[in-house]
Design a protein. Sequence first.
Length: 190
Amino acid sequence: MLLAYRQTQDRELFETLVRRYERELFSYLQRYLGSSELAEDTFQSTFLQVHLKCDQFEEGRRFKPWLYAIATNQAIDAQRKDRRHRVMSLDKRSGQREERDWSLLEMMVSQQPGPQAQVGESERNEALWSALNQLSEQMRTVVHLVYFQGLKYREAAEVMRIPVGTVKSRLHAAVSKLADFWTRNYAELD
């Protein structure tokens, strides 16, 4: 589809391409960046780059790994910019996600886990993100691509432009470091 867009510059083809990957790519960026706002900006800049670089796309190459490579690079750039311009909110702790407000009646009849279970789940999620943030950027990227996005090792290797063996070794090292970090700091949450 990108090749057809490159030849015709048909806006509808590009819109179809964006819609096809919108949910999946935005979800990846949101997890990678930990912020919906940053993910939205990065999503837009990713597809701007796809438009600008479509003539660099090689015929016969798979589009998805190429798209994820662009998105990952845009996410890394966004993180760097965000670190320089970070403004702390007085209302929320960094990384805190918005939760739906529940009425007392809804909580009493809800099939959702109770408040204690939700707090435990929230603590585990924060601990996981804390542990992930302790990894190097390369290891964190491999974890996001393989575990959160479900890319195959080969696809992750294409995205990162590294050999498949390097993906496997980084993933193994990342999982080992996460397990050690978890055991040292958060084992009591289990």
